[in-house]
Design a protein around this ligand. Structure first.
Ligand code: GLY
Length: 353
């Protein structure tokens, strides 16, 4: 079992290991003063792991209540946000009680935002059940819901008090969902860790605990330095500028992980073609993505992608900060004026054979 301390405004441990879901209650006990635990889950995670979570927290002395949302991105809504706040109030949770978020990014983001708002903030525990949530969204305190104008437009930086990742859950994910998370794993390798790249090649399933731990350590280091996303944290967005455009242009039919994979390959090819990184970076990025059945390009034109990227409501004034590979296991931030973004998207568009 790995225990990684995250030193943000609220310090907490990320605990990673096989079969550790049963230890959830005992790990929560010293952190939570109250006796009620609201488990927020979706229909899938509730039916697969709800009983194990209830058993563990009950045997540690907590009373449990449960709120279940339908699985899928549509549940990350303002309506569910309000409904869950009302549910917590009706069940008389206090600021000493806690929320357990049992699920992937949708459950984690929504629960975290609820936790940040209810009674101006109550403790919450992340139990990620997807690889993407385990290595990315459950760590670092970004919480959000979607508005009709776009994704993640309302939210808060609000850290959990514990994150428990049972690698047995992640190992047993459907291949497609596992692959989505692998895109973010490849991202960590590309931005900061030759070790992650090597571990993936040695076998993602065989080395899963070490891979997740390594990614969490990288994320921990970045968010400890830039918790509120004013600089360095943007490094975690490698491939994400084209990816957000791809997701949007596909009407969100293309999943985040698959869009990130295509986005990273576009950025790696562009960097190599423009002489900004070592030779071989693009080929390795493509090879790693292909190994998990992830796409390495997209059908959308560079012009259409730029248009979406430029309309991104979260974009700063006077250009976009892109994450550009430099060498193996190292990427850098590069502020690009609006007029140059097309060069990157066009130069990286063409897939290598
Ligand atoms: N997912 C990127 C971040 O947490 O900043």
């Amino acid at each position: 079992m790995e225990r990684i301390r995250v030193a943000t405004s609220r310090e907490y441990d990320v605990v990673i290991g096989g079969g550790i879901l049963s230890q959830l209650g005992e790990l929560m006990k010293p952190l939570i003063k109250g006796r009620t635990c609201a488990i927020l889950a979706d229909d899938t995670t509730s039916s697969l792991f709800g009983e194990a979570v209830r058993a563990s927290v009950s045997s540690a002395g907590f009373k449990t209540v449960e709120y279940i949302i339908p699985h899928g991105e549509e549940s990350k809504s303002a309506e569910n946000f309000i409904a869950i706040l009302n549910f917590l109030a009706e069940n008389k949770l206090t600021r000493s009680d806690c929320i357990v978020a049992l699920g992937g990014g949708v459950v984690g983001d929504l629960s975290g935002f609820v936790a940040s708002s209810f009674l101006r903030g109550i403790p919450f525990v992340q139990v990620p059940t997807t690889l993407l949530a385990a290595v990315d969204s459950s760590v670092g305190g970004k919480t959000a819901i979607n508005l009709s104008a776009g994704k993640n437009l309302a939210g808060a930086f609000y850290q959990p008090c514990l994150c428990l990742c049972d690698t047995d859950i992640i190992k047993n994910l459907p291949e497609d969902i596992f692959a989505d998370g692998m895109a973010e794993v490849i991202k960590y390798g590309a931005i900061k860790s030759v070790r992650v790249l090597e571990l993936i090649k040695l076998g993602a399933y065989e080395n899963l605990e070490e891979i997740i731990a390594e990614c969490v350590r990288i994320k921990r280091d970045v968010v400890s330095e830039d918790e509120f996303d004013t600089g360095l944290r943007q490094l975690l967005n490698f491939g994400h500028t084209p990816a957000h455009a791809i997701e949007k242009l596909s009407g969100f039919e293309i999943s985040h992980g698959k869009a990130v994979a295509a986005g990273m390959c576009i950025m790696a090819r562009a960097a190599e073609n423009m002489g900004l990184c070592d030779k071989g970076i693009a080929a390795e990025t493509e090879e790693l993505c292909r190994a998990f059945g992830l796409p390495t390009s997209c059908v959308f034109s560079p012009e259409a992608m730029v248009e979406v990227a430029m309309s991104d409501k979260k974009r700063g004034a006077g250009g976009i900060t892109l994450v550009v590979p430099k060498t193996r296991g190292e990427s850098v931030l590069r502020k690009v004026p609006d007029c140059e973004i097309i060069e990157f998207f066009a130069s990286g568009a063409e897939e290598r054979k």
